[in-house]
Design a binder for this molecule. Structure first.
Ligand code: TRP
Length: 330
């Protein structure tokens, strides 16, 4: 199979051990794109994290844990460049240049900025305002053509395109490349509360690297169809998060049977969840085995990141010198 030309770039904050939401929403897609594109670049955006994280004592461990999960999930470091954002400080230089073509009012109007203001009114810092400019710099520095992100990042991506256009227009150049968003079909992954998006901060997540027993315990806490109070009540799989998960992790026949039996009150939620836990654990087994292997050699994991940075830096420095040339810096 011939792969598409052009680079894929995506970034994720160092949130530590990854959960099902991270896997289904991002990692799975990152891994798949290695087969479709010649160049894939995946960055752990630790500088972005500083806009919201005030305590940094876990940053290193979180970076390590996340990398371990990425590798175990099938990222191939000999093909993809996997690196830590701050290891390539050129991105901050480009961020500064891009900031000169970015209208401040547009930054403060972004829904993502407004949301942060609501979430952390005590810490509305300058970096937070510039978050999308740094993201644009991430993408532009590597001249990425395709950026896989969730729909929540669509405004940021549109913004990146605008900044790139403004830069090229202002300096009458075409050194920067307008990227396309790769919106993948991602199931909306709810947490075990069945209500909110799965996430670490709400502690409603299921970690990929948990033991089978821990996984089962989390699954048994999952909220099912709230209308179904008794075992004898018929359930509605359409509104049940456990059923949504079954559709992802269980085979088609079993999904059909559960769908049918739930509606007829022939299977209870406990039995249904036990089945899901079993299937999920089976699905995750190869991942967990690989993860355990990588975990035996932490130096290797850090080497992957260093090597990724070494390869990415070559591109970064080239773009940056073109950018300076285009601006006309002395
Ligand atoms: N803003 C992204 C998020 O929160 C993370 C990110 C930073 C990113 N830089 C990026 C994503 C560049 C794609 C491309 O999910």
């Amino acid at each position: 199979m011939t792969k598409k030309k052009g680079r894929v770039f995506s970034g994720a904050r160092p949130t530590g051990r990854q959960h099902l939401g991270n896997y289904l929403g991002a990692i799975k897609n990152y891994v798949a794109l290695q087969d479709t594109y010649e160049d894939t670049i995946y960055c752990i955006v630790d500088v972005h994290a500083l806009t919201t994280v005030e305590t940094t004592s876990e940053l290193k461990q979180n970076t390590y844990d996340m990398t371990l999960d990425w590798l175990a999930a099938g990222m191939r470091p000999d093909e993809s460049m996997i690196f830590v954002q701050s290891h390539i400080p050129e991105v901050m230089e480009l961020h500064t240049f891009l900031s000169m073509v970015t209208p401040l009012g547009k930054l403060t109007d972004l829904p993502t900025f407004k949301e942060k203001v609501r979430q952390q009114p005590h810490n509305i810092n300058y970096g937070l305002v510039g978050y999308p400019v740094l993201m644009a710099a991430d993408i532009a520095l590597y001249k990425a053509v395709a950026v896989p992100v969730g729909v929540d990042q669509a405004p940021h991506l549109e913004f990146t395109r605008e900044i790139v256009r403004s830069f090229n227009y202002r300096y009458n150049t075409n050194v920067l490349v307008e990227p396309q968003m790769v919106a993948t079909e991602v199931p909306k992954v709810l947490g075990i509360d069945g209500k909110n998006k799965m996430g670490k901060s709400l502690n409603n997540h299921i970690e990929l690297a948990s033991t089978p027993k821990e996984t089962q315990e989390r699954v048994m806490q999952m909220v099912t169809d709230p209308q179904r109070a008794r075992l004898s009540d018929p359930g509605n799989p359409d509104v049940c998060n456990v059923f949504t998960m079954h559709k992802i992790f269980s085979d088609a026949e079993e999904v059909e049977r559960i769908n049918d039996e739930c509606r007829k009150a022939e299977i209870g939620c406990v039995a249904c969840k036990k089945l899901f836990a079993k299937n999920l654990n089976e699905n995750l087994m190869p991942f967990r085995e690989r993860r355990a292997e990588f975990a035996q050699d932490p130096a290797y994991v850090w080497d992957v990141l260093n090597d990724g940075a070494d390869r990415a830096r070559v591109i970064a420095q080239e773009t940056l010198s073109e950018v300076k040339e285009a601006i006309g810096l002395p």
